[in-house]
Ligand binder design. Sequence first.
Ligand code: PLP
Length: 228
Amino acid sequence: MTHIKDNLAAINLQISHACQLANRSIDEVCLLAVSKTKSAELIQQAYESGQRAFGESYIQEAIEKIQQLAHLNDISWHFIGPIQSNKTRLIAENFSWVHSVDREKIIHRLNEQRSNQDTPLNVCLQVNISDETAKSGINVNELVKYATLIEQCDHLTLRGLMAIPKKNDSQESFSKMAELFTELKLRFPSVDTLSMGMSGDLSQAIANQSTMVRIGTAIFGEREIVKE
Ligand SMILES: *Cc1c(COP(=O)(O)O)cnc(C)c1O
């Protein structure tokens, strides 16, 4: 118990220091606790320490935990992993956010499958900022096209951008994301979210306009490798 509670306190302190250094208000940055591969019990411990937003990457285990924790009805669940098109219904019906949208087909499916819910699904476009062919994410030059598509969907709300910058060209990628985020906000009024920063680079992300840091290891400890 104390373990997760202490880790959360340490991360929140780190976020507040990073905000101070960047001359930003702490209210501008949200902590997303990445609980993939971690049990419902551990998530509940984080919840009892005040954490409310949780990120999951593997749909099957995520759904199990969402059902186990259904009594904690003010949790917001964020899907942050790669999206297979046959899994979009589970995302549309069980999550309030999805950060990893990068295909037109996925946008249309999520919109249609969200239509029987009361609230729109909050969507971030994943940007392939380091231009690694193996990784997911849209190219920078397609950003406006995809943002426009999402804006036209009744059951989706375009909230912003997500990126996983590559380890070594970090600073360039981080500042490029900050630029793209600023441009997108001017063009699309619903945009208010830059999902960027993990356990190893959260201060740098906050210095570069991140509004949501996705932290797993520093809260829940190292993960065992999982097979999909
Ligand atoms: C696993 C994961 C994280 C959390 O990474 P840590 O290094 O454990 O903080 C953040 N974002 C995404 C997309 C992830 O898959």
